[in-house]
Design a protein. Structure first.
Lengths: 64, 257
């Protein structure tokens, strides 16, 4: 086992840049998924309280 | 004798037949929920282990120095991008051929994760290309075909988002996915078929790998991490898609559309 040189022998920008981009991409996916779940839960709660007659307009718009 | 029914042994047959019930979104939904922790927790542990081996155990490369450490994320991401596209095409094809809703939902669920891994492979490839080749990008066969893979993913996602009716969206997506799958062997064999700047395969199915064992170990651990992560995330998204579609269907049924 050895402690890695943080400058990566002069390639630090490229190595850490790669891992930073990957980390951001993964975090973005997890956050967007979490927001989708939250939005879905909220939508389910609000649609449960809204009568079908109110939904009729938007449903027709979607299918026309 | 306890597995003998009126027409013979029924236990194993019944178990196999029972698996078909999970082809229904409603029955697969709770199963997916139970499966997620079994993939998410190992994914986190494997990412930690892979990075530890990659940065603390694997030696510095005598030619590329520490710049080569990008492969621990670049190669697994590139493999996942290709593998997930093949999986997406299989699910989309099954969904189209057999009108299996869950398969089509699975294909939709895979697309974003596949696109994300393909983006990671392209960007980390550029980060690796600059110090080793002296350029961020060249239009060589491997890189161009991988960029086409990203466009196929984006096309699939956009096409599905553009069509309101989920069944029609699934069919249109399946056509694109099945046509686009031809790009995967082109990516894989591009370094053999054309004279490219990209290096050849370091890991072969038949034959010894050409990299040091700790480097290979780190790469394979990271690949396993990416695989477990993909399954967990795809299952989470699949549950969202099931809820969204069922919710829309029940809403339409409620208003008599």
């Amino acid at each position: 086992m050895h402690w890695p040189d943080l400058s990566m022998g002069g390639y630090g920008f490229f190595v850490w840049g790669s891992y930073l981009f990957s980390f951001v991409a993964i975090v973005w996916e997890l956050v967007s998924l979490s927001q989708r779940k939250k939005a879905l839960a909220q939508q389910r709660r609000s649609s449960a309280s809204v009568p079908a007659s109110v939904l009729r307009g938007s449903a027709n718009e979607t299918t026309s | 004798m306890k597995n003998i029914g009126p027409i013979g042994p029924i236990g194993p047959i019944r178990k196999i037949m029972n698996l078909y019930k999970y082809a229904s979104p409603a029955t697969f939904y709770p199963l997916a929920g139970k499966m997620i922790p079994w993939f998410a927790i190992p994914a986190a542990l494997l990412f930690a282990a892979g990075l530890f081996v990659g940065f603390f155990i694997a030696p510095t490369d005598f030619q590329q120095g520490d710049a080569y450490r990008i492969i621990f994320i670049h190669v697994p991401a590139a493999w996942m991008g290709m593998f997930l596209y093949v999986l997406l095409a299989i699910y989309a094809g099954i969904g189209w051929a057999f009108n299996a809703r869950l398969s089509s939902m699975m294909a939709s669920s895979i697309a974003i994760t596949g696109a994300m891994f393909t983006s990671i492979s392209l960007v980390t490839g550029a980060f690796w290309g600059k110090p080793t080749w002296g350029t961020w990008w060249v239009w060589d066969a491997r890189m161009t075909s991988t960029l086409i893979l990203l466009f196929l993913y984006i096309g699939f996602i956009s096409l599905q988002a553009a069509i309101d009716d989920p069944r029609r969206a699934d069919r249109a997506g399946a056509v694109l996915a099945l046509v686009g799958v031809i790009n995967v062997p082109i990516i894989y064999f591009s370094v053999q078929w054309w004279n490219t700047l990209h290096q050849g395969a370091t890991i072969r199915i038949l034959g010894k790998p050409t990299i040091a064992p700790p480097m290979l170990a780190a790469m394979l651990i990271m690949l396993a991490a990416c695989w477990f992560y993909s399954v967990a995330v795809v299952l989470i998204r699949l549950r969202c898609i099931i809820l969204e579609r069922e919710q829309n269907a029940s809403r339409f049924a409620e208003v008599g559309v």
